[in-house]
Design a binder for this molecule. Sequence first.
Ligand SMILES: Nc1ncnc2c1ncn2[C@@H]1O[C@H](COP(=O)(O)OP(=O)(O)O)[C@@H](O)[C@H]1O
Ligand SMILES: [Mg+2]
Length: 447
Amino acid sequence: MFLVGNSESILMRSENENKTLLAQEYKVLHEVSRALQSSLDIKEMLENVLWSITQFEELKVEQKAGIFLADTDKKVLKLYTTVGYFSEEFLEKEKEVPFGDCLCGRVAVSGQLLMSESCFADSRHERTFSDMTAHGHYIVPLKSQQDLIGVMFLYTNTNPSWYRHSQEVLISIGGLIANAIKRKQIDEELNRHRNHLEELVDSRTSELTQANTRLKIEIDHHKETQVDLISSREQLRKLSNQIQAVREEEKTRISREVHDRLGQALTALKMDTSHIEKKLPSEQADLKERLQSMTVTIDDTIKSVQQIAMELRPPVLDAFGLCEAIEWEAGECKKRYGINFDLNCLQDHVNLETNLKTAFFRIFQEILTNIVRHSKATNVRVSFNLIEDTLIFEVEDNGIGIKEENINSSNSIGLIGIQERAHSFKGKVEFDGFPGKGTKITVKIPI
Ligand SMILES: Nc1ncnc2c1ncn2[C@@H]1O[C@H](COP(=O)(O)OP(=O)(O)O)[C@@H](O)[C@H]1O
Ligand SMILES: [Mg+2]
């Protein structure tokens, strides 16, 4: 199946000549394989291989050779590299050779080694050039397994006396070159992917770093804002506590003034009226009657004054204690709204400081007001205990139950007030609503 040259010259060689030939063959193969294993890029590697082959004297190649790479999709050979002198015209014309054209195109189709003795005599040599001189050819397919990777062409003397082994040697070399090209192409493809991946990783890393920096700045900013917020909240709390304290003092003062001064004035008025009434002669009955009705009015006014004074600040809170004040408040509530109370107030007498006592009492008043206004409750259970240094105050009603949205709403000023009062004594408040069953409010303050 190989095209055989014009002589089987090896038969006519002497023993010595054959040995030299074999040695040369090994040398070329050795150099080719060394070039193929180098770490050079594909082009340099192939150029070295071509130079090594052209050194093989017995092939009678001129120092001109080249390699086409196959584009099997487009069915063309593309000139990849050459060694030795080729004219501009040649390089331009041979840039692309369709499969089937001229000698190289034929080899691309057949996949078989082709030898041509003279470019002028061989009709298959279809492409010519103005400076073409007579030459012969080895055209070697570069196949890796069944894949055509390319075609290698070597220029020879015209009518060379073909060295018989040359065909087998060249076919082997063609296979080696094809494998090496394929390997390098895969390596280069892998490298491209790796570089691309590295670029991606780099750019992603830098994006992430930037995002991280932005986040850090934002976090710092948030932290500052938070600190500002906390401090201004603290200031507001202090202010509100101060206002509460001032209001409480005012209430106490007004309550006393109203109770004492107005009370005394009214009592004096009452005594005077009854004195005048007694002194009046009995025939002045209409005036007597007027004075009696005045006394009744004065009595009512004294009661109102006492009521007002009590509501401003029940004296029982100062005179006795929190439990007594709670009892009094609950009694008033029962009188007015018919709500029943179950009171379990701390039996042991705990001496609470006035501010804390006032805070609990005001909290209780606010809770009661809410029960009356919102809960539709009929029963209220109140308990006040000291458990492990914590005062626990619970008020539970059997009404409609407070809703979650009311507990968390910033509009629930009354509830916020309860929490703030507890907070100023480092305490906590829990609101629990049970729909249709009632509301439980627990205030815990450490002492
Ligand atoms: N004991 C309760 N039972 C049912 N709902 C309640 C009770 N206490 C409070 N609420 C609900 O919580 C809301 C907020 O209460 P509060 O802050 O005191 O505001 P206000 O009494 O002025 O409406 C009330 O409007 C009411 O809907
Ligand atoms: Mg309220």
